[in-house]
Design a protein. Structure first.
Length: 255
């Protein structure tokens, strides 16, 4: 299963880091250090969104064509449209631009590059990560499903709220009747006309637009969130500083 570091390493045919270095006038080693310093913050932001009901709102950024192009094409990554798309994704991941700026400033302390440069670089990296998540999802056969869900408007928000509640069923236990799977199936069944259970019988699985089954959606969301790990070594001091910044994010989510 890919993580965020794997995604960046695979970007633009494996030349993404070198291309970012050229775009921002730094060495490949400096670019890689900066990116690896950013990834833990992006990872924590994404995981927080998944845990607090914001996953559905991330789907549109993952399915965004500009982000997909940034992952594949260095010319697209260098365009103002990518900076705009990445900035929008950061705003969704962290809830506000101030926290995104603090993440960039914190990463600068651990990369040897200036905070100003990392604040310019971070939207591009975020865009490439979003596009890479879609590419990785497509390789697992769930890219089309994510695109369909992203195109459903408020369905993404509703889905995110459900995914942020409850916990998955324990290993080896069915999700029916409770937990994440049961909640997801029940809500989507109510929204999209799942058949009522006959007396003493079992309800037919509700269907989403496009013929998607809630169980398929649940499996796809689980696969997607597993890609949110950063995949890099994080020194204890860096992790502590990051947690201080993200504590603001978690506190804001609880209010």
């Amino acid at each position: 299963m890919f993580n965020l570091n794997d995604i960046i390493q695979a970007a633009q045919g494996g030349q993404g880091i070198n291309n970012v270095a050229q775009q921002f006038g730094v060495s490949p080693e400096q670019a890689e250090a900066a990116i690896k310093a950013m990834l833990p913050g992006l990872s924590q932001g994404l995981q927080n969104q998944a845990a607090t009901g914001g996953l559905g709102n991330i789907l549109g950024h993952i399915a965004n064509q500009q982000n997909q192009q940034a992952f594949n094409d260095p010319n697209a990554a260098a365009s103002p449209a990518t900076a705009n798309a990445g900035g929008s994704a950061l705003g969704q991941i962290f809830g506000n631009n101030q926290i995104a700026q603090q993440i960039a400033q914190h990463a600068a302390q651990h990369s040897g590059l200036s905070p100003e440069l990392l604040q310019q670089m971070m939207p591009v990296i975020a865009s490439m990560v979003m596009g890479g998540l879609f590419k990785s999802a497509s390789n697992q056969g769930i890219g089309g499903m994510l695109g369909q869900l992203a195109g459903q408007g408020n369905l993404g928000s509703i889905l995110g709220q459900v995914m942020g509640q409850g916990q998955p069923a324990a290993a080896g236990q069915p999700a029916q009747g409770g937990g994440l799977g049961g909640m997801l199936g029940g809500l989507l069944g109510g929204l999209f006309g799942g058949a009522a259970a006959p007396a003493g019988g079992q309800a037919a699985a509700p269907q989403l637009p496009g013929g998607l089954n809630p169980a398929t959606v649940q499996a796809g969301m689980d696969a997607l969130t597993k890609m949110f790990g950063h995949g890099v070594q994080v020194p204890a001091g860096q992790q502590a500083g990051l947690q201080d910044i993200l504590g603001q994010l978690m506190g804001g989510a609880k209010r």
